[in-house]
Write a protein that binds this ligand. Structure first.
Ligand code: PXP
Length: 253
């Protein structure tokens, strides 16, 4: 997550390097290094680096976060669950931004958004502590109006719309479902923008499905990881980032 951007014509790309660490951890050791990947995506034109420090440390580990913060010039978006452990680490690291996500040990990835509406009384003071430290907080939520309304009432300045259901629809190549999911994202983005929230989106975005989301004028940042790291096997990470940025620019133009 990068600076608050009033210029809505510019769409930023935050690259999530978690799955570089997934490959590293499959063997143990130090290769491939997610920090080296972050240097590479910065050189390719990414606008920010995103990394998720999970409670189970299945990919990114504490030292990766420390190095991403100290060695990379781009703004760091620290994704985490709203736990006491993560709050302590985040307040010590003081990243540019913190994206709060739900976390469930059995899930393969972040399945579904944060239930802000159901956890408001817990989340509002948690968010306040991060904001008091100068960290820009975003809430990863499903594109549902009650969640957008609840997000606004917590005082967080940013939401990130979970595009997972849209991804599933595009993977099923079901035009009616794709349109319905896109409509939900559009409605949520307009509502959030009307509240003065900054709007981001991410999860499951690919070269094939990114453009309809990128074309929504309220959205100022996309966070993309798994597809770019997968595509790096075929075309190289730098080229994958450049192509994603080109598609995003063209969608916006
Ligand atoms: N944004 C958030 C908040 C996420 O949790 C994730 C997945 O870790 C992403 C974006 C990126 O999703 P993907 O890896 O599917 O591109």
């Amino acid at each position: 997550m990068v600076e608050c951007n009033s210029d809505k014509s510019a769409l930023r790309l935050g690259v999530n390097v978690d799955h570089v660490a997934t490959i590293r951890n499959a063997r143990g050791g130090v290769h491939p290094d997610p920090v080296r990947a972050a240097h590479l995506v910065a050189a390719a034109g990414a606008d920010g680096i995103t990394a998720h420090l999970r409670g189970d440390r299945r990919h990114i580990v504490d030292d990766d976060m420390r190095r991403l913060k100290t060695e990379i010039d781009l703004p760091l978006n620290f994704e985490m669950a709203a736990t006491a452990e993560m709050l302590k680490i985040c307040l010590e690291a003081v990243p540019h931004a913190c994206c709060l996500v739900p976390e469930n040990r059995e899930e393969r990835t972040t399945e579904g958004g944060l239930d802000v509406a159901g956890q408001h009384y817990f989340l509002a003071p948690f968010i306040r502590k991060l904001m008091d430290a100068g960290i820009r907080v975003s809430l990863f939520i499903d594109p549902e109006p009650p969640q957008v309304e609840a997000a606004q009432s917590t005082g967080a300045p940013v939401i990130e719309i979970h595009t997972g259901a849209y991804y599933e629809a595009t993977a099923a190549t079901d035009p009616a479902r794709i349109n319905a999911e896109l409509e939900k994202i559009k409605t949520a983005a307009e509502l959030a923008d009307g509240f003065g929230l900054e709007v981001h989106a991410g999860h499951g975005l690919t070269f094939k499905n990114v453009q309809p989301v990128a074309a929504l004028p309220q959205i100022v940042e996309l966070n993309i990881g798994h597809f770019l790291v997968g595509e790096a096997v075929f075309m190289g990470l730098g080229e994958a980032v450049k192509e994603m940025k080109r598609l995003m620019r063209d969608a916006r133009a």
